[in-house]
Design a protein around this ligand. Sequence first.
Ligand code: UDX
Ligand code: ADP
Length: 480
Amino acid sequence: MSHPSPVRTICCIGAGYVGGPTMAVIADRCPEIQVTVVDLNAERIAAWNDPDLSRLPVYEPGLDAVVGRCRGRNLHFSTAVEPAIAAADLVFLSVNTPTKTKGVGAGQASDLRWIEASARQVAACSQGHTIVVEKSTLPVRTAETVQAILTAAQGEGAPGDGSTPGKSFSVLSNPEFLAEGTAIADLENPDRVLIGGEDPVAIEALADIYAHWVAPEQILRTNLWSSELSKLTANAFLAQRISSINSIAAFCEATGADVQEVARAIGTDSRIGPKFLKAGPGFGGSCFQKDILNLVYLCGHYGLHEVAAYWQSVVDLNSWQQHRIARLVVRRLFGTVTGKRLAVLGFAFKADTNDTREAPAIRICRDLLEEGAQLAIYDPKVCAAQIARDLGQAELPAEASERQALSGEGSWRAASSAFEAGAAADAALILTEWGEFAQLDWQALAAGMRQPAWVFDARAVADAAAVRAAGLQLWRVGEG
Ligand code: UDX
Ligand code: ADP
């Protein structure tokens, strides 16, 4: 362990998929630091404080054990934002930054209203010197906004107490590179930690925290703008690999090659590497699309229209892949899914998370509902209420769905297992690569389906031989 960190108290604003797990690991690795995670969402905070660790609001393998070790010791979850900021030596801003839905830059630029609101709260409530760390994915030069808001408050003393030293701030960028589903492993063993800033003392204070468990050579220091842009660039490069392999998957299907074999062959080239070459229903998650659109917006702003078009094509290919899968399901089911029952296996944007933001399942299910399908959706970790919000359509009970089927209107209902979803279905669509879908008993599933029945495996995880042995027809992404 390194020398003790000068930071004794941390406040993290935002108890989401980034703030929650990240602070849990910091608290676990730095027992002498008190970490308080605050959020305006009382329901979310209550769930973080639930004595039953299986009910935390974020599902991540291993997270329950870390929270169980630290909560109440040096990890706290609270809705009391102001006192937590006042007590903090260091504040992480880990609030949501979704793509703007209206106004200037709608559909591309990030909506910074929550970042701005939290920066204003820090400006109002902090005491003495506070290190303010951007943790959310932000467009380049957001630190300028945060800095401007904080500078306006600089020098103000604590209300009613002339003897308290004035406020001062150092702003750092410390992007989070964890991937959901492997958040705890990624946090405990990161490829690198990136700290951007201008104030060397603040940079070292934050580096000291990570030095409790991360090797010094893995802690990279850059200027603020490089740090912010590195996060956007990393996500853009990763997403671009997925669109690249998905474009080749479509080509393989048309020509008789197998994308898994192509991926294996190119992945052994050390310059390319084997990771992030899995063809699928397109990327989802809160970051990839948002960050690329943000990059597109910024490039357009700086007059780099060819660069903007290049990155836009990565997002366009992703949307195309999702619509393509929905269309091919319809085509194979004799050109119509109206009134047909389809089992949707997996709704989360990837395995081992309960997060559905930008999940490919959303777009694919919406297309199929539009075609009049009756969907039975099973996901081991996503609740029916979330699916209803994502599809913009309430769940329809089984009895009512019979009537709905005759009317030609699409409907959906949640199923509590793959078998329940598959009952009387014409097809099963695998949209998330949950481990259990690789182990399915296809004989048993096929017995309940309406023949001739199909399996559409958009993640290439099902045991193809077992599917075929059960008498089911199989379409697998990227297989010609
Ligand atoms: C991503 C980045 O990996 C992470 O560094 C950043 O902090 C946040 O964004 P995340 O979105 O949580 O993380 O998951 P990731 O594993 O990157 O997967 C993103 C999407 O790409 C998922 O929908 C996944 O299914 C898909 N994917 C990933 C593929 O389709 N094929 C692959 O080979 C890899
Ligand atoms: P991420 O995946 O980046 O962690 P989430 O949407 O899961 O994003 O979490 C962001 C959290 O930040 C939400 O729970 C939201 O309620 C919270 N939040 C946003 N603005 C504020 C604010 N000003 N004060 C406290 N919490 C906030």
